[in-house]
Write a new protein. Structure first.
Length: 201
């Protein structure tokens, strides 16, 4: 999950969250903890029309996710529903994915995963409500399945919170024949994390 720990327990440790509720994706990594300036950057990118921040944020994501990038074939962003896209005019996850693709040379396929169900905003929902909210929300169009089958996907989003969205999107990609899905986000919500905590991923 890429979750930071208070102490360095050595390589290969699996978080309690991953053991208790194994994710659909193989691995997740994030550039930052979702606090302070990181939270502000995500908010400005997502709601403030600050798409100019995406290339800078992508640099951090590339550094944090270099192993995932090396073990992935194509980049796919978590999509917005067309109704929300019409209001917002851009998809922040696609902006991050496009920047990462430009900097790494990886193929970028933003239309190979669609959000077919208009979901509620995840903010304020419990873990179970988030999971139910995005259940069946994603699908791979029939014409895109040939591009997904047998490929290792790098799924891009701005924030990893409970993993509900990441799991729902990963499940759709795996159902379409993807070999593996890796999750890379700019920030990750870590309950109870204090900014002064010294931690290791």
């Amino acid at each position: 999950m890429g979750t930071p720990f208070g102490l360095d327990f050595g390589a290969g440790l699996v978080s309690a969250q991953a053991l208790a509720d194994p994710p659909q994706f193989a691995r997740a990594r994030s550039a930052t903890i979702h606090i302070d300036i990181a939270r502000q950057l995500v908010t400005r990118l997502k709601y403030g029309d600050r798409t100019d921040l995406a290339p800078w944020m992508a640099n951090w994501m590339i550094r944090a996710g270099n192993q995932l990038i090396a073990n992935s074939d194509i980049i796919i962003p978590v999509p917005l529903h067309r109704g929300r896209y019409f209001i917002r005019r851009y998809n922040q996850s696609a902006e991050l994915g496009r920047a990462i693709a430009s900097k790494t040379g990886m193929p970028f396929l933003p239309d190979n995963l669609v959000r077919s169900k208009a979901t509620e905003q995840q903010v304020g929902l419990t873990r179970n409500q988030r999971t139910e909210n995005v259940r069946g929300a994603f699908k791979v169009p029939v014409h895109s399945q040939i591009s997904i089958s047998g490929r290792r996907i790098l799924l891009i989003d701005d924030v990893l919170t409970t993993g509900a969205t990441a799991n729902a999107a990963s499940k759709a990609l795996l159902k379409a024949g993807a070999e593996q899905v890796n999750m890379l986000t700019f920030s990750q919500v870590v309950p109870g994390f204090v900014a002064s905590t010294r931690s290791n991923s």
